[in-house]
Design a protein around this ligand. Structure first.
Ligand code: ZN
Length: 433
């Protein structure tokens, strides 16, 4: 078999992993678009159809670990002969996003093309082992800042490969999900391909989503709050919603109609605390809503767009609440609003500082802490190779200080292995581009 890491060993996002069996069957795990630089659009060599076609040659199926834009993004340009797979709820979430994007003139055409592709996606199911040619794929649910996210166990030519996708051990149900994966893996894997986003980001302990919820209870008490977090990060929306419930259930929790629709979908499909989610839609009956917001306080989810700027201005004008009485809760990666960071987004930064309000930064990563990465290595005990992907160029897996026998298995350059399977020697080629 051959494992090709097309992209990801020296950049976060834009991950593409290919698995090819000795008989020539070929699948991809994630086909992610590059992340944008600041406010600019993301450049990607695979935006050119001929480059994309070249990488897709011979591929029968693409498995997306989750819906973040750096793991998906080319879905509309994939020839119909190639099947695309994602979790059922994840497909719904992206479809809702694309339906919402249709309202923006400059995004309409791409959103429609994407919706056309998404309606042909084939959903996979947790722990359901399915055969594609001579390759078996089993999706294993994980916690991430996207709902319905998965790792994949791939069995090919008598070898077991675990691809971690993006995961963490500090979200809701995160440890239960990792325990379930541990129980499912009856034996050691041969190759572990794992994300390493948090490597190189220091040793500070990572706050859990539950701890963030507790912080929100403490910091958002008795105030008026605009909250900026990813609309697709359902764990985070749960954290603020639960905080509101603890502080005072009368506090008005408000989102736009798109986010309300998402919340309703998730609520139907997932257990507690997701099943408790709800929000009032902005726009309906605001004449009566403004006095309630003023009286009971509010938590209103916002995004950095002109329509939300208008709404924020409207809330302030109609309620007469002073900016000094308002919290603006920034709940995303801090690099986006740090001028000296390469991910700095000037437009977003202006939005965050629109008023002289009380800025609260409250965020925790969607990615695996060093402890979580160590745990995954322990659970899988890779016999052949550990391939770190979804990581910065300079970050190093050696930071994990694994036992030397595991440390020696870290692969950062192309390499070949052999495994005895029954009375046959199987060649495993790892190519890192
Ligand atoms: Zn992700």
């Amino acid at each position: 078999m051959k494992i090709t890491i097309h992209r990801g060993t020296n950049q976060i996002g834009g991950c593409i992993t290919e698995i090819q069996s000795s008989k020539g069957n070929k699948i991809l795990i994630d086909l992610g678009h590059n992340l944008p630089n600041g406010d600019d659009n993301a450049d990607d060599v695979f935006d050119k159809q001929e480059n994309l076609n070249a990488i897709l040659k011979g591929v029968s199926d693409i498995f997306y670990s989750h819906y973040h834009g750096d793991h998906i993004g080319f879905e509309a340009k994939i020839p119909a002969t190639i099947k695309q797979h994602m979790g059922e709820l994840a497909i719904k979430m992206v479809s809702m996003l694309k339906h919402h994007m249709i309202f923006a003139k400059d995004l309409k055409d791409d959103a429609e093309a994407s919706l056309n592709a998404l309606c042909k996606f084939e959903p996979y199911k947790a722990f359901e082992r399915v055969q594609y040619g001579d390759i078996f794929v089993t999706p294993l649910p994980v916690s991430h800042s996207a709902v319905d996210a998965y790792m994949f166990l791939i069995e090919c030519d008598g070898c077991m490969v675990l691809h971690s996708g993006d995961f963490r051990d500090h979200g809701y149900y995160a440890t239960q999900k990792l325990d379930a994966i541990k129980n499912y893996l009856a034996q050691n894997v041969d190759v572990l391909i794992t994300e390493g986003t948090m490597l190189g980001r220091g040793d500070k302990r990572v706050m859990s989503e539950q701890e963030l919820q507790n912080e929100a209870v403490r910091k958002l008490k008795g105030r008026y709050n605009f909250i900026l977090c990813s609309s697709m990060d359902i764990d985070r929306i749960v954290s603020f919603s639960k905080a509101r419930e603890i502080i005072d259930k009368r506090i008005r929790i408000i989102a736009d109609s798109y986010q309300v629709a998402q919340i309703k979908t998730v609520k139907k499909e997932l257990p507690y605390p997701y099943s408790e989610l709800f929000a009032y839609p902005y726009g309906r009956d605001m004449k009566h809503e403004f006095p309630r917001m003023k009286r009971y306080g509010f938590m209103m989810f916002v995004r950095d767009s002109p329509s939300f700027e208008k709404r924020i201005d409207e809330v302030i004008a109609e309620t007469g609440i002073l900016p000094s009485e308002i919290n603006f809760v920034y709940s995303q990666f801090e690099g986006y609003i740090k001028e000296d960071h390469k991910a700095f987004r000037p437009r977003l930064c202006n939005f965050v500082h629109r008023y002289n309000w009380n800025l609260i930064k409250l965020h925790t990563s969607g990615h695996a802490s060093k402890e979580a990465l160590r745990r995954l290595v322990e659970i899988t005990n890779p016999q052949m190779a550990i391939i770190p992907i979804h990581k910065e160029k300079d970050s190093n897996f050696a930071e994990l200080q694994l036992d030397s026998n595991l440390q020696d298995k870290i692969v950062t350059q192309s390499k070949c292995f052999e495994k005895q399977v029954g009375n046959q020697k199987v060649r495993v080629e790892i190519e890192i581009k």
